[in-house]
Design a protein around this ligand. Structure first.
Ligand SMILES: Cc1cc2nc3c(=O)[nH]c(=O)nc-3n(C[C@H](O)[C@H](O)[C@H](O)COP(=O)(O)OP(=O)(O)OC[C@H]3O[C@@H](n4cnc5c(N)ncnc54)[C@H](O)[C@@H]3O)c2cc1C
Ligand code: SF4
Length: 339
């Protein structure tokens, strides 16, 4: 049995108190929300903070404010996000992403903020301490080299958050607070393509809110590839959002990718789609554009070449669903892994 290392637990009730504690404790401290990512990492000694500052009692981070824009507190559990009618009706891609994270139990504990700040993953890193010690560790923790890309100076561990690509496609921004004030930035800018230093968040900053723009005239969709349809992390996440008035041409579009790089990112397919209609040919070309940007590495589940091959297909599923095609049978096939 893997045991947690000793740590001190703080439970502030306000963002200001949490920010003050985080700044005062310095690099010894980490934020904990649901703990579904951090605590297993601590058991594996991938992270060993001496102080955990919990966000569970910070009520200000659990709000849902619904006007033209939608503000979601970062401490909302994924279950609360999934159960919010406004998310299900207006931000379908986010609803689909959040409801496919892990399992029901983990979604009851795991939060939106924790999902966006999730550690990157790799077959050589997500192992217990003894396993990692036996191979001489790796660059991400305690070692010098990368076992996946041996000549690489950069860790290429994979970003495996489901909600981030969905939110990036929806044009989300995030708010970060620290003792000196707060700032807001596009969610895509929270990420860096680096398996170790994967967030641009400063050590003393807390992700407090996710702000989604008005979604009227937008439709969105999220498609996830994983081994077990009821459980696993994504090895590919395709998120699309398209704005069009009725049957008119596309005014604006975004397609974001997750789990094929150390960061979730926006592709250029949105520019290609603007002004067009979602015909089969247009969808196929958008798929090719997106697939050309996917560079999966051989450090997670499934054959790496096959993962690259199916990107265009998943883009087609997302865009066809947005077009109004009935994709229920395909979703079921994927959930049962009968591709
Ligand atoms: C078996 C299993 C399967 C999983 N499957 C999936 C999956 O399919 N898809 C997926 O996306 N995830 C998956 N997860 C990961 C995890 O459960 C979710 O991503 C969850 O949403 C993480 O949220 P949390 O609140 O538990 O994060 P925590 O574990 O509390 O925190 C995660 C990280 O984020 C930081 N953090 C948390 N909140 C904030 C904040 N507000 N501001 C700044 N930093 C913060 C923490 O310091 C920590 O570094 C899985 C986990 C397990 C154990
Ligand atoms: S990509 Fe390389 S450095 Fe990063 S976790 Fe995997 S083996 Fe370690």
């Amino acid at each position: 049995m893997m045991r947690l290392p000793w740590f001190r637990y703080e439970s502030p009730r306000s963002i200001a108190d949490a920010a003050r504690m985080l700044a005062a404790e310095g690099p010894n401290a980490a934020l904990i929300a649901g703990g579904t990512d951090l605590l297993p990492n601590m058991k594996r000694r991938q992270q060993a903070p001496q102080v955990l500052i919990s966000l569970r009692r910070v009520e200000a981070m659990k709000r849902i404010a619904n006007g033209h824009a939608l503000t979601l507190g970062a401490a909302l559990t994924l279950t609360e996000v999934v159960e919010a009618g406004v998310v299900r009706e207006r931000y379908r891609g986010l609803w689909q992403a959040a409801s496919q994270v892990a399992t029901e139990h983990l979604r009851n504990m795991g939060t939106l903020g924790g999902n966006l700040c999730l550690d990157t993953r790799c077959n050589y890193y997500d192992q217990n301490h003894e396993w990692r010690k036996a191979i001489g560790f790796c660059m991400k923790k305690d070692g010098q080299m990368c076992w996946v890309a041996t000549a690489s100076k950069r860790c290429v561990a994979v970003s495996a958050t489901d909600c981030a690509p969905a939110l990036i496609a929806l044009g989300a921004r995030v708010r970060l607070a620290c003792g000196d004030g707060e700032r807001e930035l596009p969610l895509a800018d929270l990420y860096r393509n680096d398996g170790i230093d994967y967030l641009t968040r400063q050590r003393d900053e807390i992700l407090t809110d996710v702000v989604l723009p008005d979604a009227r005239s937008w439709k969105s969709s999220y498609w996830k590839l994983r081994r077990r349809g009821s459980f696993d992390f994504p090895v590919l996440g395709v998120a699309a959002a398209v704005k069009a008035e009725g049957d008119g041409p596309i005014e604006e579009a975004r397609i974001a990718l997750g789990a094929v790089s150390s960061h979730p990112f926006l592709t250029r397919a949105g520019e290609f789609l603007a002004g067009k209609r979602l015909t089969d040919d247009v969808i196929a070309e958008a798929g090719r554009i997106v697939a050309s940007r996917a560079k999966p590495m051989d450090n997670t589940d499934f054959d790496v070449y096959w993962r690259k091959q199916v990107v265009a297909e998943f883009v087609a599923y997302a865009l066809k669903e947005i077009r109004g095609d009935d994709m229920g049978a395909v979703r079921l096939r994927i959930a049962r892994r009968a591709l």
